[in-house]
Design a protein around this ligand. Structure first.
Ligand SMILES: [Zn+2]
Ligand SMILES: [Zn+2]
Length: 342
């Protein structure tokens, strides 16, 4: 049996290929893919990665078949989200609630074989622990946002936000907007720093209390004016360059936390004062991927209707129009572009 899969074979070269159906073991769940988001990661891979590459990790679908050895509450026909990252379950990190840092989560594709989460396809295989139940009447495109929500939940958790805290979110792309929504759920006041006017407006619509242009407004002055002159409890860096990361240190309260959620491309050094950190007890940390816990929480938030992400799905594009879909995904006026499968 074959199915369709979107494979990247070289920079800016991809195509839907007729490929073998994945071979199912008794420990696997087979999921029919219904919608897949095109994340920044796949957009970057489109330009540069190890090829051949088989992307697609923001996956919502329907359970098609459950292997005999799988212990799971999901049933055939259930709507689910897939956490496509592999966890060994046994390394130090998996044992200490940091399974996002698993030592053995690497993709083990053989040489020449396509590597990647393989969600840009008709079907995917997953282990029981990778399958999370959504409501059966859930819009599949919204279900694909489970994965980004799970990543941002991890970030907000690392930011140590308490009720009533004031935080800054740098950047108002989809990840910035998810930080806004989740920080608001935590009862925080949110100041967004974003140069683009449309994105600032979108951030306010998404719940941000303030959205400022850091090139026009003195951000430090603004943040201090809103925080009784002490600074923000947390700063979440989701986009921007090294200067924005350096600026985060000027916005933070003593003992506050800076979370580097976004990556820097290129990864250039920043200058920071060790003494400033010493005297102020500022915490600098990162947030990478999602944990099982944050993925569970993400699907619960969606299932309970506690978070609305419909404003983040800019376009739904049929799988066969993949070139157009990538073009739209990489355009600055979209947040998330989602493939719909039939
Ligand atoms: Zn993603
Ligand atoms: Zn592990």
């Amino acid at each position: 049996m074959t199915m369709k899969g979107l494979i990247m074979r070289a920079p800016k070269t991809m195509g839907i290929e007729e490929i073998e159906m994945p071979v199912m073991k008794d420990s696997d769940i087979l999921v029919k893919v219904k919608a897949v988001g095109i994340c920044t990661w796949e957009q970057k891979a489109y330009q540069k990665t190890k090829y051949p590459f088989f992307g697609g990790h923001e996956i919502a679908g329907v359970v098609e078949k459950i292997g005999a050895d799988v212990k799971t509450d999901v049933k055939v026909g259930d709507t689910v989200a897939i956490a496509s990252i592999i966890r060994c379950g046994e390394c130090y990190y998996c044992r200490t609630n940091q399974d996002n840092l698993c030592l053995y989560g690497e993709d083990n594709a053989a040489d020449g074989e396509a590597w990647g989460p393989a969600g840009f396809a008709d079907y995917v295989l997953a282990k029981g622990y990778q399958v999370y139940k959504l409501n059966n009447d859930m819009d599949y495109a919204l279900g694909t946002v489970s994965e980004p929500i799970a990543c941002v939940l991890r970030s907000v958790e690392k930011g140590n936000l308490d009720f009533g805290d004031i935080c800054v979110v740098q950047g108002a792309g989809i990840m910035g907007l998810l930080h806004v929504k989740l920080a608001k759920l935590r009862g925080a006041t949110v100041i967004v720093s974003e140069p683009d006017e449309n994105r600032r407006n979108k951030a306010v619509d998404a719940g941000a209390d303030f959205a400022v242009n850091p090139f026009e407004t003195d951000l430090k002055e603004f943040v201090f004016s809103k925080t009784g002159n002490v600074g923000a409890k947390a700063v979440f860096f989701t986009a921007g360059g090294a200067k924005a990361v350096e600026q985060a240190f000027t916005l933070i309260i003593q003992g506050g936390t800076i979370v580097l959620y976004g990556s820097l491309n290129p990864d250039v050094p920043i200058s920071l004062s060790p003494n400033m950190i010493h005297y102020s007890e500022t915490i600098l940390t990162g947030a990478a991927k999602h944990t099982r816990k944050s993925f569970q929480e993400a699907t619960q938030l969606l299932a309970n209707g506690s978070i609305d992400v419909s404003d983040l799905i800019s376009e739904r594009i049929p799988f066969k129009e993949y070139e157009f879909a990538f073009e739209r995904a990489m355009s600055l006026d979209t947040y998330r572009v989602v493939f719909t499968m039939d």
